[in-house]
Design a protein around this ligand. Structure first.
Ligand code: NAI
Length: 377
């Protein structure tokens, strides 16, 4: 099978998410790193791309140059990853979809619900794949949890409880550090801080495992460090279309918590529990029975979990390989075998509607609001 050609925008040297995309895209030999506009500084981006092995004529100084350069080539890239800061996602993703490229966009897909709906429409009209990097949903044990829920192994889901709470912005003496400060500044971050950054991963995960949509929510936002305009802590209650009750806590001032992403799903006949810091284990407790640990790579897993378990049982697989699982599903989708596990533009706009809904709810003392984008109501 010939390799697909892949390009990235953003994700330059020293960036947080760039290495996970490079490792993930190339992990299974499906994609060849062929083009990039990796940095907001043209020379730095061109130099780094060439050091990573990209040919000089495809090491671009800007995403606009990459769009012009690639659209005219017969061997143009099959997939473009957008790994730039949030405010640029909409413009870049839209431009590449309109030019007929498949796109993987980092979260949050857009800043507003209107932009998100626009991306859904443009993606549909283009017939191209538009995925959003909710990569935690690609851990094998999350695929196992989803498959167990779908197979009725814990019965109808009553309750989902999730948190994505870390303490890395909890030091008030560091609050003015520019790398921290922008996240709580509406001019830079948009309408929401911590909920838009981490909370949406947890909300997407709840929908993904429960195979249901968040319909309504009520939010309490707090800026626990007074100089911050946007929230650094949020509690969000929600209801899914099928009646499932949801509780979500997200915080960046939870000192002592490191990555801090976990989820528990409670059904009528059993419960599931997963922690991102121990991603290879899924706890399962049947009603009236003992707790069992289901391990990545063991026999008898559901097909999707088995397919995405690479190294043998008890050997750790981590975050870059979860990102690699997104690229596996993308390669299948680009080759014509769509997988419903791949987070798409509809998931991206649902997150934005939830963010804007939560902001509006928090401003109204936790009033319950519709969490869905208008196009899906
Ligand atoms: P970062 O600030 O560490 O790196 C951003 C990179 O983009 C830099 O190399 C910068 O030079 C480059 N860049 C900025 N503007 C550009 C432009 N116009 N053209 C080309 N390159 C440009 O940011 P980080 O933390 O890597 O985040 C990037 C995106 O990834 C954000 O949207 C963030 O929300 C998302 N992210 C997602 C994660 C996930 O779990 N899915 C985890 C971490 C970040």
């Amino acid at each position: 099978m010939t390799k697909l050609k892949w390009g990235m925008i953003g994700g330059g040297e020293g960036s947080q998410i760039g290495p996970a995309h490079r490792l993930g895209a190339q992990a299974d030999g499906q994609f060849e790193f062929a083009a990039g506009a990796l940095d907001h500084r043209p020379d730095v981006g061109r130099d780094y791309a060439q050091r990573l092995g990209i040919a000089a004529d495809r090491a671009y100084g800007s995403w606009q140059d990459m769009l012009e350069g690639e659209r005219g080539r017969e061997d143009r890239v099959d997939l473009v990853t957008v790994a730039t800061p949030n405010a640029t996602h909409f413009e870049i993703t839209k431009a590449f979809l309109e030019a007929g490229f498949n796109v993987l966009c980092e979260k949050p897909m857009t800043m507003s619900v209107e932009e998100g709906e626009e991306i859904v429409r443009v993606a549909e009209a283009s017939g191209k794949v538009c995925a959003v990097n909710y990569c935690y949903s690609a851990y094998p044990m999350i695929r196992q949890a989803r498959a167990m829920v779908r197979a009725g192994e814990i019965g109808k889901v009553r309750l989902v409880v999730t948190s994505f709470s870390h303490g890395h912005h909890g030091d008030a003496t560091d609050a003015d550090n520019p790398r921290v400060r922008w996240r709580y500044d509406p001019q830079m971050a948009g309408v929401s801080g911590q909920f838009a950054d981490c909370g949406i991963h947890a909300l997407h995960m709840a929908s993904f495992i429960c195979d249901d949509e968040v319909a309504r929510l009520s939010a309490d936002f707090a800026s626990t460090i007074p100089s911050r305009v946007l929230e650094d802590d949020a509690m969000v209650n929600f209801r899914m279309t099928g009646g499932t009750v949801g509780r979500l806590w997200t915080s960046s001032v939870a000192i002592g918590r490191q990555h801090g992403f976990d989820i528990q799903v409670f059904g009528e006949t059993g419960g599931l529990k997963w922690f991102s810091e121990h991603p290879n284990q899924l706890e399962y407790t049947p009603v009236g029975g003992r707790k069992q640990i289901i391990e990545k790579g063991e026999g008898g897993l559901h097909e999707d979990a088995m397919r995405l378990s690479r190294v043998s049982i008890a050997h750790p697989e981590g975050f870059p390989l979860a990102v690699a699982n997104i690229y596996c599903d993308l390669a299948d989708a680009i080759r014509g075998e769509a997988r419903d596990s791949l987070p798409n533009a509809a998931d991206g706009v649902r997150s934005m509607a939830a963010v804007h809904g939560a902001v509006s709810s928090a401003q109204q003392d936790g009033a319950w609001v519709d969490a869905r984008p208008p196009m899906f109501r």
